[in-house]
Design a protein around this ligand. Structure first.
Ligand code: GTP
Ligand code: MG
Length: 198
């Protein structure tokens, strides 16, 4: 599915402020700095659409992008950023959790996991939250360019094994590199499929 037109709609503080719409939406969530905003830029082929930074905590609000007047990409703040105050961290968590729980038009949530490091407790907790709330989600292993050769498969296999200690089966997963520009087509095809079947 070629993407012709993408525009930034606005940033919102809560679900109540978000567009009143029936169009399908795809939200991107994961630890601060995992590459959510970069992935949105990769998927849309627009380098500067979503704001990216090497410092965690860049995205602080719910950001809406409209694609070809027919679906939305939603860039969310990250979770687990240790360097901000507990108050702010709690605020962000509340904003993210209530958005995901209240938003009825979410077709799928992409949970991003850093493919370079072992699975973090906070990722597992977040996955459990999504599972308990019965929200549809898939996994994206990011930054695969940073791991050498076949180690990438090994790392991802280890992360999946850790997840399988808590889950009987795992959702579909994708592997991406924003720097090498890989993994985009698979995700766009997946989105197209959901758009056509809903
Ligand atoms: P927050 O908004 O702060 O939660 O971060 P985020 O998850 O949106 O991450 P962002 O896209 O801002 O990227 C964080 C850093 O990781 C930036 O320096 C990116 O250039 C880098 N990065 C993102 N994706 C990749 C990737 O696939 N490979 C490599 N090597 N770096 C990446
Ligand atoms: Mg971001």
């Amino acid at each position: 599915m070629p993407i012709n037109q993408v525009n930034f709609v606005a940033s919102f503080k809560s679900e109540q402020d978000c567009p009143k719409t029936n169009l399908p939406e795809y939200a991107f969530i994961g630890r601060s700095n995992v590459g959510k905003s970069s992935l949105i830029n990769l998927l849309t082929g627009r380098k500067k659409l979503a704001k990216v930074s090497s410092t965690p905590g860049k995205t602080q609000l719910i950001n809406y992008f409209k694609v070809d007047e027919s679906w939305y990409l939603v860039d969310l703040p990250g979770y687990g950023y240790a360097q901000i105050s507990k108050k702010k961290r709690d605020e962000w968590k509340k904003m993210i959790d209530s958005f995901l729980l209240e938003r009825k038009t979410l077709a799928c949530i992409f949970l991003l996991i850093d493919s370079r490091i072992p699975l973090q407790n906070i990722d597992m907790e977040f996955m459990n939250f999504l599972g308990q709330a019965q929200l549809p989600f898939v996994l994206v292993f990011t930054k695969i360019d940073k791991i050498k050769g076949k180690n990438s498969d090994e790392n991802i296999e280890n992360i999946r094994k850790s997840m399988l200690e808590h889950w009987e089966s795992l959702p579909q997963h994708f592997m991406t590199s924003a720097t090498k520009k890989t993994g985009s087509k698979e995700i766009i095809d997946f989105i197209e499929n959901l758009n056509n079947n809903n």
